[in-house]
Write a protein that binds this ligand. Sequence first.
Ligand code: HEC
Ligand code: HEC
Length: 251
Amino acid sequence: MTKLHRRRQRMDNAPRAPLALAAAVAALMLAQFLAPAGPANGQEQDALPAAQQTPGSLDAEQGRETFLKYCSACHNELRKVGPYLAGGAGYFVQAGLPARDFGSLLARKVRNKDATSVMPRFNPDEVSSADLDNIGYFLAQTGAGLAGLDHRNPPAPLIGSAEAGAGSYARHCQICHSPDAMGKESVPPLAPEAALMQELGLPASALHGLLLWACRSGDLEQMPVYSSGDLSDQELADIAAWLWETTPEAE
Ligand code: HEC
Ligand code: HEC
């Protein structure tokens, strides 16, 4: 404190006193604000309480705050920059993906920067995996609500048939995504998505959710929108099962 006072006196005489004084007062107020914090004082300010970092204890409120801070400017319902993630999350709940897996689902995008994407990459020291789990939980909860579902009690995942899926894929998707699901020109490959999900420890319902979102939501401008009459949920689960077995690694 005495040091601050001394500095303040010196600054009072300086030509740019008002600004420097404001800074000194702010520093003093910050010091006072931090002082009564008690035993936790020595901890890093932005560290999450330990209880929230253990897997299995998810905090939707924490997730909402982190989402507002880092993501919502681009991922809101206006859909001007990126897709409306809360709306999209409902498709993954519908596919039966458990709420605890949504963090890994986000990691697929948040930790990987591809050349064509404007989506920034976030490092773990900025957005930790506990943060991602909480954001995922928040999105699962919100998306389930929007879809009229309960995130704590998602529908049972549909079991897909890879054999049936090969036929449906050939009829509906291969014209754009190519027969080996490796994409072409401006059409993204789908097989590596399955491989990446497997690497992240996600179940096949995550891929089914991605297909439901891509085919039903209308969020992707160049994707045709398929109603469940055009292509049923079961057929999309079949295509997901086929892609799950056709990952580049499995060959
Ligand atoms: C500067 C804008 C911006 C910010 C900030 C941003 N994103 Fe994105 N994000 C995008 C855009 C644009 C896309 C669409 C696809 C692309 O360009 O890669 C996207 C795509 C995604 C997708 C994939 C949807 C799909 O195509 O499968 C996820 C998941 C995602 N973002 C999560 C997040 C999370 C979580 C955060 C915050 C930690 C975040 N994003 C912050 C712009 C942003
Ligand atoms: C008319 C061409 C066309 C057809 C047919 C088509 N797609 Fe797409 N698909 C695209 C394009 C282009 C994109 C890139 C996103 C965009 O810009 O719309 C895309 C994106 C996707 C994505 C998102 C990939 C990612 O990484 O986020 C998935 C999943 C997908 N398609 C699945 C399918 C499935 C399953 C079928 C068949 C039922 C299908 N698509 C049929 C053109 C097509």
